[in-house]
Design a protein around this ligand. Structure first.
Ligand code: HEM
Length: 416
């Protein structure tokens, strides 16, 4: 069969929309409208292709002509022109470059390989008692009846402490790591303001300095933590010192706020759909499916980056080598061609082939951990209170482009 060649949809002011506060508070109506125009768009100004269709994104993550290494982006973050035009941006992107998410092929396998065994579902399931204990510790400190912000009290601290336990980081560092992570997560916004670049660079320098000392201290400990595993990989010559540091920094960002959003937005979806909350209370075997549906409806990360290494065609649209592509996951996960009634929140939805964890070689390493944390968090919340309701309006973060999440979620708990 000869594939029909079509141009990308053009003419939309993408970056204006992506930083618009009304869009960030509720991106789905605009994403639906743009997807209806076509699955692949091109922003003429930045040369970035925006991929909105489910089939189109499946082709992107499977294509051998497309990777994640931004060295292929012409003219991108790694070119000499960028170094002179934007020294802070250049220092920032160079400072986070040598990590698994930014490399392809053998380098990617080398870096991902060191932690791969620790993230297999079997190994992750053994963490259940530790994660359950963290959930119980936080929930037992909250009142049986009353009003509070469940993001601050539970959804935010739980994943950070779980990650801290896995890396053997001291609890006193949780607040500082949270601050660094808030500044550094903006790197995924792709186009950042000069102020955001500077604060991300400051956080990166401080975080690396802390981790350098921390790793030196932990060198003697031969335990099974992710920290000992990465130090062993460095000792065996698998990673150099900079790769060790940057993969540690990346783990702190990747495994933290994403999971806060999963728990916070997931609970919000249940609170706003009381019939689905009751369905889940009545049949807890649905919780794993509900967690997938949380992620489909509210993916947390709005965009997934790729770069075309060679000329390639996606859903009939030619993409030249050197072009960056951004998968718009809020559109992909609600594509009516793939999901029936895509805006309906259905805790029993099956199958649910969302792309919240990305796809291909870079599929989220921490997915089994995130899924387990979501499962334990939901069950623990339902066990803790016979009734949870919303106690006021929620606020979405509208100060960043990629990482979608709740500032707060006020709830009222008590007897039914
Ligand atoms: C709901 C929570 C999470 C979401 C939505 C999420 C999402 C993602 C996405 C979209 C990617 C990029 C995939 C791609 O480019 O195709 C990714 C990669 C990654 N994630 Fe997650 N993540 C979550 C939790 C975690 C956790 C808990 C950890 C570890 C503790 C983690 C560690 C990683 C790592 C190391 C990568 C890089 C994988 C690679 O490049 O091979 N993530 N994640």
């Amino acid at each position: 069969m000869v594939e029909t060649v079509a141009g990308p949809v053009t003419g939309h002011d993408w970056w204006r929309m992506l930083s618009d506060k009304a869009f960030l508070a509720n991106p789905y109506p605009d994403l639906h409208r743009l997807l209806a125009q076509g699955p692949v768009h091109l922003d003429d100004q930045s040369g970035i292709y925006f991929v909105l269709g489910h089939q189109a994104f499946a082709e992107v993550v499977r294509s051998p002509a497309i990777g994640r290494d931004t060295h292929y982006w012409k003219p991108g973050w790694n070119c000499d022109d960028f170094r002179t035009r934007d020294p802070v941006g250049y220092a920032l992107f160079q400072g986070v470059q040598p990590q698994m998410i930014n490399v392809d092929g053998a380098d990617h396998q080398r870096m991902r390989g060191m932690w791969e065994k620790s993230f297999r579902p079997g190994a992750i399931n053994e963490l259940t008692p530790m994660i359950q204990a963290e959930a119980d510790r936080l929930l037992s400190a909250l009142p049986d009846e009353g009003e509070f912000d469940i993001v601050a009290a539970f959804a935010a601290p739980m994943p950070l402490r779980v990650l801290g336990n896995l890396l053997n980081l001291p609890p006193e560092m949780d607040d500082t790591i949270h601050r660094w992570s808030e500044a550094l997560i903006r790197i995924a916004d792709v186009l950042l303001s000069p102020e955001d670049k500077q604060s991300a660079l400051d956080a990166l320098i401080a975080c690396k300095a802390y981790l350098r000392d921390f790793l030196a201290e932990r060198r003697a400990a031969a335990d099974t933590s992710l920290t000992s595993i990465i130090l062993r990989a460095q000792d065996e010559g698998v990673l150099n010192e900079e790769e060790t540091l940057v993969n540690m920094v990346s783990m702190l960002i990747a495994g933290h706020e994403t999971t806060v959003t999963l728990i916070g937005s997931g609970l919000l979806l249940l609170l706003d759909n009381p019939d689905q909350m009751e369905r889940l209370r009545a049949d807890r075997s649905l919780v794993p499916l509900a967690v997938e549906e949380f992620m489909r409806c509210e993916p947390g990360g709005n965009m997934i980056l790729r770069v075309a290494r060679d000329d390639v065609t996606i859903c009939g649209t030619p993409i030249p080598a050197g072009s960056p592509l951004l998968g718009m996951i809020g559109a992909v996960n609600r594509d009516p061609a793939r999901f029936e009634d895509p805006d309906r929140f259905d805790v029993g939805r099956q199958p649910n082939p969302h792309y919240t964890f990305g796809g291909g070689a870079h599929f989220c390493l921490g997915a089994p951990l995130a899924r387990l944390e979501g499962l334990i968090a939901v069950n623990a919340l339902l066990d803790r209170w016979p009734s949870i309701r919303r106690a006021g309006p929620v606020e979405w973060r509208v100060d960043r482009i990629n990482a979608r999440g709740l500032v707060n979620l006020p709830v009222r708990v008590g007897s039914a």
